[in-house]
Design a protein around this ligand. Structure first.
Ligand code: NAD
Ligand code: TYD
Length: 350
């Protein structure tokens, strides 16, 4: 029987992956390991946390003894590694937190996998979930493929790139079976409101300014989080060991165009006159080292593994807004306390 350790399962993407695996594979034991930082929230899993095949371990990746206990106690057969510090703006202020969790934490996890799986490596899998940001920035044209050289520009992407290198190095050096996927920007329910889409949804609800960095023409490729979860399911079961898959939706948006679509959908849903929230758009000081454009070529995962996104951006965005409007208690819980301080510090001098 598979006993899969999913790290970061109380976070945004991790909670969708845990939910999918717990419900779709009742024969698998799913162990969610999470330190419950500001970004981790067990409320994200309230609907499945009584399932008999679900287990939670509040453990920090930096605590090697605790990690070791989890591997021993649950006889872990596979890892899907999502736990990370994930916000670029925070990495600009506190790069070392990203070095510790994203690099040292990943190496700690690799060491445990190597130790416990050494007798029969071929029966196990270490799946490392990474980002397209490791490839750096694109100009007006072109896409990131799996062969694009790494060129990280932020402390966040540098730490993720480093963790990808360590995973490949453990594959080469110790024959650890691994697979890596690099995904574009996600959006959807349970997204912490420090990232663009949930932050702006929350600010539109509260009629607060929408802080658009720089000229607003920075471009991102957006994927609905439930589609990322199905891609992870596909790569976990069918991906070639030792290989890399780019995951994306061929769905590029300039930030300002995205914000206008968000405003249009939200004003409709809130019963406002069209364009009411336009006046909230506020151009602010740019992010240092801001990558101009990301765009994923997701041909390989589509051709080789048959995966493709299930919703259009308009559909996914509408479902996301509905979720936030129906889950104001969740939103209020995560935006109370330390969040207020974070918001003051981050946007005070912009
Ligand atoms: P998130 O910040 O919402 O969640 C991260 C989770 O990791 C939280 O539950 C947190 O408590 C946990 N965590 C943090 N430090 C930990 C530690 N030291 N030990 C144990 N747990 C710890 O992040 P997310 O957006 O869900 O991203 C998940 C993964 O997917 C990350 O590896 C990220 O790099 C990658 N990714 C994210 C996106 C995106 O758009 N959000 C896109 C591509 C890839
Ligand atoms: P973000 O959601 O932080 O994701 P990432 O930096 O990993 O791509 O930001 C998405 C884009 O939105 C990015 O170009 C920065 C921009 N942005 C703003 O303009 N204002 C904001 O308040 C935030 C959080 C992001």
């Amino acid at each position: 029987m598979k006993s899969i350790l999913i790290t970061g399962g109380a976070g945004f993407i991790g909670s969708h992956v845990v939910r999918l695996f717990v419900t779709k594979y009742p024969g698998y034991k799913i162990v969610n390991l999470d330190a419950l930082t500001y970004a981790g929230n067990l409320e994200n899993l309230a609907d499945i946390d009584q399932s008999p095949n679900y287990f939670f371990e509040k453990v920090n990746l930096l605590d090697v003894n605790e990690l070791d206990c989890v591997f021993a106690e649950h006889a872990i057969t596979d890892v899907i590694h999502l736990a990370a510090e994930s916000h670029v703006d925070r990495s600009i202020h506190s790069p070392l937190d990203f070095v510790y969790t994203n690099i040292v934490g990943t190496v700690n996890l690799l060491n445990e996998a190597k130790k416990y799986w050494k007798e029969d490596m071929e029966n196990h899998l270490f799946y490392h979930v990474s980002t397209d940001e490791v490839y750096g920035a694109l100009g007006e044209t072109g896409f990131f493929t799996e062969e694009t050289p790494y060129h990280p520009n932020s402390p966040y992407s540098a730490s993720k790139a480093s963790s990808d290198h360590f995973v490949r190095a453990y594959g080469e050096t110790y024959d650890l079976p691994f697979v890596i996927s690099n995904c574009s920007n996600n959006y959807g329910p349970y997204h912490f409101p420090e990232k663009l889409i949930p932050l702006f949804i929350n600010n539109i609800i509260n009629k607060k300014p929408l802080p658009v960095y720089g000229d607003g023409k920075y471009t991102r490729d957006w994927l609905f989080v439930k589609d990322h979860a199905t891609a992870i399911d596909t790569v976990f079961h069918n991906g070639k060991r030792g290989d890399t898959y780019n995951i994306g939706g061929f769905n590029e948006w300039k930030n300002i165009d995205l914000v206008k679509l968000l405003i249009k959908q939200m004003d409709e849903k809130l019963g406002n006159e069209p364009g009411t929230s336009d006046e909230l758009i506020t151009y602010v000081k740019d992010r240092p080292g801001h990558d101009r454009r990301y765009a994923i070529d997701a041909t390989k995962i589509n051709k080789e593994l048959g995966w493709k996104p299930s919703v259009t951006f308009e559909e996914g965005l509408s479902e996301t807004i509905d979720w936030y409007l129906e889950n104001t208690e969740w939103l209020n819980n995560v935006t109370s306390g330390n969040y207020q301080q974070y918001y003051e510090n981050m946007y005070a001098n912009r």
